[in-house]
Ligand binder design. Structure first.
Ligand code: ADP
Ligand code: MG
Length: 367
């Protein structure tokens, strides 16, 4: 005896959701929806226009407050509309939406033929499984990320302290506070300083990146003179400039900026150390700090190896390096620089092509 539409629908729903659906489908569809709801984070309503009005997720109980539902389907059985499923809210993930749409069409079309329903059933199962797996994995990844960030920030901090003392004492030696040095000794002390600077730069990059990832990097703003901030960075990095016999030209207008002093210097340090690193011996580097109409424009220009246009975006991403990664490189400098500039509501631009040097420009709004 062939089943009629109604019996077939009930049978299908029972199979889909592993529940017993009786003739009282208002209540039963409610149960079906209840199976879907744990997957969602937004609002779901099911209304029975004749008798009932349900609300879910306890976000709101007023169906009239729904202004722009992203999904609205009539619930039909044997071509008779007996309810509506309305899903609203803005905090759904793409994954949520996919699941809802599939579920809603399953429920809304329970009278359609069995083959289609079978396909939908498979889709729904796959979606549910995928969703649960993703959630589990996300949790694991988040936990691992947290441990990694904490570890990196701890270890970088611990490494920085002795390193600062190495740099400080080599400064004292170099400046002959502890007695005169012969040429060879001076050379050695300079080497110690250069290696320590490289190491400090890398540790700072890892520490900064772990702070950015943990979302704890904040600005401490104050007014300061551009010229002094730039000059201090040049002083720190000078041993590297001397070592490569690079000619440094500066054009620094003096004006005041409100920014985070240490982070401003970090931005310049990153760009300048790149310019030195990717420029050959006897090359030229120019630092400009100009006052624009409403912004400070800091440029670091070199005549080094240059960067192909196709890599201009890539190098601002974490760990991305062009060509063979060199020693003293983490591949983090530019992505940190970009974040630090962004925190100041500014932007970094790049003009460069292979063989004709690079120009990195940082634009930070004044106020
Ligand atoms: N001034 C520059 N000239 C040429 N290439 C550069 C310059 N600055 C950055 N790059 C390229 O961008 C990549 C990413 O830079 P960065 O994030 O600072 O990492 P790192 O300096 O540790 O390699 C570098 O590895 C290099 O390939
Ligand atoms: Mg770098």
């Amino acid at each position: 005896m062939p089943c009629n539409d109604y019996e077939k629908s009930i049978e299908l729903i029972n199979e889909f959701f592993d529940i017993e659906l009786s003739e009282n489908f208002g209540e039963e569809v409610f149960k079906v929806l209840n199976k879907i709801i744990p997957l969602a984070s937004g609002y779901i309503f099911f209304t029975d226009p004749v008798r009932l009005e349900y609300s879910y997720n306890k976000r709101t109980s007023d169906i009239n407050s729904i202004t722009q539902p992203f999904l609205q389907e009539d619930l039909k059985l044997k071509n008779t509309t007996f309810g509506k499923i309305i899903i609203t809210g803005s905090d759904f993930s793409a994954e949520d939406k996919k699941i809802f749409k599939t579920c809603a069409s399953v429920i809304a079309n329970i009278t359609k033929d069995r083959e289609i329903s079978e396909i939908i059933k498979m889709q729904i199962n796959a979606l549910q499984e995928g969703y649960q797996k993703t959630q589990k994995n996300n949790k694991k990844i988040l936990k691992a990320e947290k441990i990694k960030t904490k570890f990196l920030s701890h270890i970088s901090h611990e490494l920085r302290t002795p390193l600062n003392s190495i740099i400080g004492f080599s400064d004292l030696l170099e400046n002959e506070f502890a007695g005169t040095l012969n040429a060879k000794q001076k050379n050695y002390v300079n080497d110690i300083k250069i290696s320590s600077l490289h190491l400090l730069g890398m540790i700072n990059e890892i520490l900064d990146m772990s702070k950015i990832e943990a979302g704890v990097l904040t600005l401490s703003l104050r007014d300061f003179e551009i010229r002094q901030a730039v000059q201090e960075v040049i002083n720190v990095i000078n041993p590297l400039i001397i070592k490569k016999n690079i000619e440094l030209e500066t054009k620094i207008e003096n004006f005041t900026i409100k920014a985070d002093y240490q982070k401003f210097q970090q931005i310049l340090f990153n760009l300048l150390s790149n310019a030195i690193k990717y420029t050959s011996e006897n090359g030229n580097i120019k630092i400009e700090a100009l006052k624009g109409k409403n912004s400070a424009i800091i440029s670091v220009i070199d005549n080094g190896i240059g960067i192909d246009k196709k890599n201009h975006k890539k190098i601002f991403r974490k760990f991305e390096q062009i060509g063979e990664s060199s020693v003293n490189s983490t591949g983090l400098g530019l992505s940190i620089t970009k974040e630090l500039v962004k925190l100041h509501k500014g932007k970094v631009t790049l003009k460069s092509s292979p063989g004709s040097g690079s120009e990195f420009k940082v634009i930070i709004p004044l106020e």
